[in-house]
Structures are given as C-alpha cells and as structure tokens.
Design a protein around this ligand. Structure first.
Ligand code: KIV
Length: 263
C-alpha cells in the first residue's frame, strides 16, 4: 500500500489487506521485509509493551515516540497511528493539533480514531485538512469502562443496528478504511458488503476485506491468547528457553567460548 487509494483498489480487486499492530524499529523492519500491507502503531502499546490495564493512559508524545521508530524500521510501508484517548474527543481544534503533530513529527501516513457518530464531525475536519483517517468500530478499547469490559459487541439487534449506522456515517465522514473489532462474523460480513471502503477485522471473522493482529499476540509472546488470535509462533517459549540456556552456560563456564572471545 502506497496511499489510501490502494486500500479501495485492494477491496475492488478482492485482494485481502494485511495489517500488523506494532511499536518499534525491529518489528516494523520485519513487517516490511515480510510484505505486510500496513502497520498500525496501536495505542495497545500501553498494554502490550508497558503492562497497563487499559489503553487510556497512553499519550500523544508516547505515540509519536513509537511511530518515529516504526517509520525508521519500515520507511516504505503505509503506517497508521492510533490517536490516544482524549487526544481527539474534546474538540476539532485539539484533534487537528494532535493529529497534525503526529503526521508532522512521525512522517506516518494516517491516523486511527475509535468511535462512530459521536466522532464523525472530528473525522470530517481532519479529512478536510488533509489527514487520512481510519475508523474503528465494535469493541473500541478506549471505551472499555463504558462497555463494561473487553467483550464481543454487536450481539443484540440494537447494537447491530448502531454499528451498521456508525459504519455508514464513518464512510460518509471520509474514513478510508474501518477496523471492526470483536463482532460476530455475520455482522462484519454485512458491513463489509455495503461499504465501498475496506474493513479490516480483528476478531470479526473471515469476511472482512483485511485482517489485523498485534505482533506480540500472533507471535505467541504471551502465555494466553484471546480466541481470535492465531499463534503463528511460540515466541515467548523460544525466548524463555534461550534465556535459560544463556544462564546455564554462563553458570557452567560454557559461555563465552573461544569462538566468542577476542584473542
Ligand atoms: O491498538 C491497537 O493495536 C488496535 C488494533 C488491535 C486494531 O487498535
């Protein structure tokens, strides 16, 4: 993906979009080498990297710090940056200021905003000043307290109607793609079929136009994963075993050996 038009093109051509949420130089470099279409610098950084309970405390400065590192690692990949909690909800001026800082200081390509109708005017404003916006519906982690926890959304008819309405409103407001998080696959299919812009799912089944997973989740860095995460590697176990081997070798005088010593 070079720009937002490529997202629409991919949908038209039926080419699935891949996105990985990650936060640093080396993982971004690997994503670019693997040909991942888009990197999301997610505000999940607060939970995944910094051990927070929610994404709420994450700041614009932290997002900028991580996004700059990602951009250095993946200079040729389309990069979307999450706008953290309260960096866009207060008013349009603050939203433009914060999104503008993210775009200017990181060199990334777009921002992502959580929410539906309630943020439509903010999205319109950002798009009008030339900032591409990705939407995010369903389970929106910045609203975890209002939602009563991290749980599947769109189970009731009322919730389904609201998410469908929000998807239409976001498309009209000018987003170039929408993340659909933790909703039943039937609902994601319906939304995907009526939108002209692509949907990128996480825990939303196989009918979305693309899929996003968090780097550390899909590589198995945590002991447990939610149902929607496929573990493509048991990274945590491999790393722990390597650390244990290092400890044993140092304690037993095996490392450093001749090969790893300057004469
Ligand atoms: O913060 C994040 O990483 C996200 C994805 C999980 C979609 O919003």
């Amino acid at each position: 993906m070079k720009n937002i038009n490529d997202f629409i093109k991919a949908k038209k051509e039926g080419k699935k979009i891949t996105m990985i949420s990650t936060y640093d130089f080396w993982s971004a470099k690997l994503c670019e080498k693997a040909g991942i279409d888009c990197i999301l610098v997610g505000d999940s950084v607060g939970m995944v990297i910094n051990g927070l309970e929610t994404t709420l405390p994450v700041t614009v400065d932290e997002m900028i710090y991580h996004s700059k590192a990602v951009k250095r690692g993946a200079p040729n990949t389309f990069i979307t940056v999450d706008m953290p909690f309260l960096s866009y909800q207060i008013n349009k001026e603050e939203a433009v200021y914060n999104a503008g800082r993210i775009m200017k200081e990181t060199g990334c390509n777009a921002v992502k905003i959580e929410g539906g109708e309630e943020v439509a005017d903010i999205i319109e404003k950002l798009v009008s000043v030339g900032i591409p916006v990705m939407g995010h519906l369903g389970l929106t982690p910045q609203s975890v307290h209002a939602l009563g926890g991290y749980k599947v959304q769109g189970r009731t008819e009322e919730e389904q109607k609201r998410i469908i309405k929000d998807a239409k409103i976001l498309e009209q407001a000018g987003v170039f793609a929408i993340v659909l998080e933790a909703i039943p696959s039937k609902l994601a299919k319906e939304i995907t079929e009526f939108l002209e812009i692509p949907t990128i799912g996480i825990g939303a089944g196989k009918y979305t136009d693309g899929q996003v997973l968090v780097f550390h989740d899909m590589l198995g860095f945590f002991e447990k994963s939610p149902k929607f995460v496929k573990r493509y590697l048991e990274g945590g176990r491999f790393i722990k075993d390597a650390l244990k081997t290092f400890k044993q070798e140092v304690e037993n005088g095996i490392f450093p050996d001749k090969e790893h010593t300057y004469d």
